[in-house]
Ligand binder design. Structure first.
Ligand code: EPZ
Length: 419
């Protein structure tokens, strides 16, 4: 069993480069099904989730070449068949469901295992399926699978009850080869949705309005080969910004798009963290007095739910009462229990966590309960007194490239062990 051990109390220094965004590259890999040709992804993040979704594509006969040294992935979908992907793999990672839109668009029919929920919530797919039916697909369920059939997809106007990132992406990908125009209203505006639209347009699609709550797609006959570099990971960048704050260190974070970081910058500034935007980098100085704040996670451009756990670690040692309200997922406070093992004073009341800042956290044996919770426990360990041993770190490897190497290069006392 692999574990990460962090010895707390050390200041960090230096600079760290941000990898490409997991939540941009996953839908982009799914969308490579649409052109039936070659797609090259440049500066791809070598993450566990990326290897899972490329294995899903291999299970439907895509040809994949992953060059880990040069961080390049070449995907050839010319021989993809409309067969059912490996259900073990699909259940392993919810984002695999993002291949449904491209597969219906290209083949007019597709059957896939229902994606697992995960521990942060039930993760329904009703909005994805509402989109596909609006475009003319017949959707049916049975034996743990969902199947869609469409002799032809016709553009339509679709209103999303909730600005779901995945549903917006799946519907966008289904609509690019549909006949006529599709309008997605109350669409998700996350940077990763914008990046997918850019990618689709680089293949010859006609997508406009991505980043706003109304996205228009005019169907085209076919899409072509492309090469593409995904956007940097705003959540990885935010995680290292919190690392500077929680250890009261000064760090330079390179490669992040500052316009994607505004909600995180605003909240950290409110706490008292000093930040200055440089050329293609941001300098974070956490050596300051902090004050408690309230946070409410919201769809972009609100405060991102994927940064909620990391902020809980920081606020656990900021004097006063802070309240975090999680509006996106129904069960995304499991890291609170782990932080309490480290001496944090947190009460959960429905969708809110009430945090009374304590003087210091103390090192303890804890477990990552999901990807971002794992990162939050590393952050807490950096500030805690003594050793923190983190289990179930496979969660962390799903979404962070070489996280301990990056922290080691900043001077952290962190190691990965095999127990
Ligand atoms: C994406 O998940 C991200 N994953 C998540 O990141 C992120 O937390 C989430 O967006 C919100 O920003 C990827 O991009 C691969 P949603 P997604 O559909 O698309 C409800 C991480 O840590 N909903 O926007 O699954 C759903 O229940 C991961 O990197 C429906 O009700 O998120 C949830 O409450 C975690 N019906 C809310 O919308 C649907 O059909 C947000 O889900 C779909 C979603």
């Amino acid at each position: 069993m692999k574990k990460i051990i962090v010895k707390g109390g050390k200041k960090l220094s230096g600079e760290v480069s941000i990898s490409s965004a997991k939540n941009a590259v996953l839908p982009i890999i799914a969308a490579s099904i649409l052109n039936g040709e070659k797609t090259t992804i440049i500066d791809a993040p070598m993450l566990q989730d990326v290897f899972v979704i490329t294995d899903v594509l291999k299970s439907i006969n895509a040809d994949i070449n992953i060059d880990r040294i040069n961080k390049k992935i070449v995907i050839d979908t010319s021989k993809v068949i409309s067969g059912e992907p490996d259900s073990e793999l699909v259940r392993k990672m919810r984002a695999s469901f993002l291949i449904m839109g491209p597969m219906i668009a290209r083949f007019g029919r597709f059957k896939i295992s229902l994606p697992g929920g995960c521990n942060i919530g039930s993760r329904p797919i009703d909005l994805h399926l509402k989109g596909f039916t609006s475009l003319g697909a017949q959707v049916s369920f049975g034996y743990g699978h969902v199947e869609a059939y469409a002799s032809k997809l016709i553009g339509n106007k679709i209103y999303l009850d909730f600005p779901s990132v995945g549903a917006t992406e799946n519907i966008m990908m289904a609509a690019v080869l549909a006949e006529g125009e599709t309008v997605i209203e109350n669409a998700a505006g996350e940077p990763e949705v914008q990046d997918l639209a850019e990618f689709l347009n680089s293949m010859g699609a006609q997508v406009s309005g991505a980043g706003t709550d109304t996205i228009r797609i005019t169907g085209v006959k076919e899409l072509r080969s492309t090469s593409y570099k995904p956007i940097p990971d705003r959540i990885e960048a935010g995680t290292f910004m919190v690392a500077a704050a929680i250890t009261k260190s000064k760090l330079r974070i390179n490669g992040a798009r500052e316009e994607h970081l505004n909600p995180i910058i605003a909240k950290l500034r409110e706490i008292g963290v000093c930040m200055e935007k440089g050329e293609n980098s941001i300098i974070v100085d956490g050596d300051n007095e902090f004050k408690h704040v309230d946070i409410k996670t919201m769809p972009y451009p609100g405060f991102p739910t994927d940064m909620q756990a990391q902020m809980m670690s920081l606020l656990s040692i900021v004097e006063g009462t802070s309240i975090i309200t999680e509006t996106i997922f129904e069960n995304r406070f499991m890291h609170a229990g782990e932080l309490k093992r480290m001496g944090a004073n947190i009460k959960i009341d429905g969708r809110s966590a009430i945090i009374e800042g304590v003087e210091r956290l103390t090192g303890s044996e804890v477990k990552a309960t999901d990807l971002r919770a794992g990162a939050a426990l590393i952050l807490a360990g950096l500030a805690a007194d003594g050793y923190t041993k983190i289990g179930d770190i496979y969660h962390i490897d799903r979404g962070y490239v070489s996280i301990e190497e990056k922290f080691l290069s900043l001077g952290a006392d962190i190691t990965r062990i095999e127990e």
